[in-house]
Design a protein around this ligand. Structure first.
Ligand SMILES: [Zn+2]
Length: 429
């Protein structure tokens, strides 16, 4: 799994493209070479030390030394002999180990908190989600709850013999990634919330680095590396939550913008005389297509913000909507068609701006994709001026509500593969 495609940084290019005349110190050369070998084994393993030397251009003695260090850090292990033809003795093959090193991706959203832990090969070890009213609870209680989930998940990983190399938290809002602070998250009602700082006080052993990023950007990376349209270099991911965010992969790179705030498609105004939005403006796209809009139209008696707040995981809300439809409530079909039409309306703008090959629909959009996509496609056909309609498609994400937390874990894996020295050397047993 190569999460590097998302941010366009590959170790290979970093190690070979130093500016002329700038001496790189030995430690950084070794770090680059460790990453080069680790990524080769991760992508092409099982492979012998000789094969690694040939492929990386490093000499065999250096490769042997680098592999020893990667073994000591628990990142690479030897497997059975690899027979390369019939001449000579078989070499011992190397594979990614990482069984003791993991990655933890967390997500807080309007009505749930989620955690996905993977090993370094991206295999999911733990996947959990709890319904939680983060919108009504405020940042302190929400982060307390998230800290408890982090503690529980890290303890469960410990029982599996896995130590997380890092924790990345997905939040639906604008993020200052340098400080791990949420600048503003309209649907959570958060402003200036120091998420990384708060979670660093959680009761977990070791000094696990914590970073914070936008949920849609992380989900887009997950889709790009392991989703239904994986590898599509021009891909847009839309979160289907109460809020709607976009992660834009263009030419194989995640579009960040000057401050990392790009992709806030949910707050593009589509109706100047529309409903007020949680961001303080009116007629934003998410007031037409967000989960709250669907619920308001399909099951108005259970609309968000109506009556005593009952915490419902989005899956529960969707089950309720499905049940109403089965009972013949005509409002459900009308609501889904209306959302689909507005989905196509906004998608047309994205298609005209970014010329994506695919828009991946996440969250609740994916659950209702069979009914949303035809209505969206029809509206898009009317408004797309690029003529690329026949080469473009909508696709339903198969990562479910876990896409952002999965992408968050992927970022941790990517960081570990790019800088193996961040993983502690283990005590020899
Ligand atoms: Zn808005």
């Amino acid at each position: 799994m190569d999460h590097g495609r998302g941010d366009g940084q590959t170790t290979d290019s970093m190690s070979r493209c130093r500016p002329a005349g700038v001496p790189a110190d030995q430690a950084s050369v070794r770090r680059s070479n460790l990453a080069l070998v680790l990524r080769h084994v991760s992508t092409y393993g099982p492979c012998s030390r000789s094969a690694v030397a040939v492929a990386t251009g490093l000499n065999k003695t250096t490769v042997t030394s680098l592999v020893s260090e990667l073994q000591a850090r628990g990142l690479v292990k030897e497997t059975g002999p690899q027979y390369a033809g019939s001449v000579g003795r078989p070499g011992v093959a190397l594979v990614l180990d990482g069984s003791g090193v993991g990655a933890l991706g967390m997500e807080v959203n309007v009505d749930y908190i989620a955690a996905i832990a993977t090993d370094l090969a991206g295999r999911v070890l733990i996947d959990r989600r709890i319904g939680f009213d983060a919108m009504g609870s405020g940042p302190d209680r929400s982060l307390d709850e998230m800290a408890r989930m982090v503690e529980k998940t890290v303890a469960d990983l410990d029982r599996l013999g896995v130590t997380p190399a890092g924790i990345t938290v997905a939040v639906p809002g604008l993020i200052d990634a340098v400080t791990g602070t949420v600048v503003v998250a309209p649907n959570l009602g958060w402003r200036g919330v120091a998420v990384a700082e708060r979670l660093s006080r959680a009761d977990i052993a070791g000094n696990i680095p914590i970073t914070v990023d936008n949920d849609a950007n992380l989900a887009a990376l997950a889709e790009y590396t392991s989703g239904t349209a994986a590898g599509t270099p021009d891909l847009i991911y839309l979160t289907g939550e109460v809020g709607v965010g976009g992660g834009i992969i263009s030419g194989g790179r995640l579009l960040g913008g000057a401050d990392g705030f790009a992709g806030e498609v949910g707050h593009v105004m589509v109706d100047p005389s529309g409903e007020p939005c949680r961001c303080g403006r009116v007629g934003c796209w998410e007031t037409k297509v967000g989960l709250a809009a669907l619920v308001r139209m399909a099951t108005p008696d259970h609309a968000y913000g109506m009556g005593p707040q009952v915490v419902r995981d989005p899956e529960e809300r969707l089950a309720e909507i499905e049940q109403r439809q089965a009972e013949g409530d005509p409002r459900v079909d009308a609501a889904v068609t209306e959302v689909g039409r507005w989905l196509g309306f906004g998608a047309a703008t994205l298609v005209n701006l970014f010329n994506p090959r695919v828009i991946v629909l996440g969250g609740y959009f994916a659950k209702l994709a069979d009914r949303l996509i035809p209505a969206a496609q029809e509206e898009l056909a009317r408004l797309d001026m690029t003529g690329a309609g026949d080469r473009f498609r909508f696709a339903a994400s198969d990562l479910g509500f876990g896409a952002a937390s999965r992408g968050a874990a992927g970022v941790v894996v990517e960081r570990a593969l790019s800088d193996p020295t961040a993983i502690a050397i283990r005590d020899p047993k």
